[in-house]
Design a protein around this ligand. Structure first.
Ligand SMILES: [Zn+2]
Length: 142
């Protein structure tokens, strides 16, 4: 039996984690699932998926992935949901907006970098289903 490969986002396997989202067989039901699948899409250089899951109001006009940039994604760590819930307790409740905090590590031309981002997501009706979209991110370390 072939060994199931782990998902690039760190999930148990691509087939049971981000795979169904990337092949459009399923829609991520939570912002974290969408965030993980977008990380996997970056790793697989799936520009179309990144564009489709980026909110139309903030999606870049130009290319999202620069094929000439020798960028290598090394790993993803999603920060504790509890901390986010505590932070959100101070904000008005919304079912259709959420944030996910994560640290992604990557290398460009052999140099290691660390991306610490709090991403904002919004949920909107699209094509008859409620979908989460990436809106933008802020960078707590900067
Ligand atoms: Zn995954």
């Amino acid at each position: 039996m072939p060994t199931p490969s782990t998902c690039p986002c760190g999930g148990p396997s691509l087939a049971t984690c981000c795979g169904p989202y990337l092949s459009a067989d399923a829609v991520p039901q939570t912002p974290e699932a969408l965030m993980r699948s977008r990380y996997t899409a970056y790793k697989q250089q799936n520009e179309a998926y990144l564009r489709a899951t980026w909110h139309p109001s903030t999606v870049p006009d130009g290319p999202i992935i620069d094929p000439n940039e020798r960028l290598q994604w090394l790993g993803l760590e999603v920060k504790s949901a509890l901390r986010l819930r505590q932070r959100k307790a101070e904000l008005p409740e919304s079912q259709d907006a959420d944030t996910v905090e994560f640290v992604a590590r990557y290398k460009i031309n052999g140099r290691a970098h660390r991306l610490h981002e709090v991403s904002r997501f919004v949920r909107e009706q699209a094509g008859g289903v409620a979908r989460w979209f990436y809106l933008d991110g802020s960078f707590p370390d900067k």
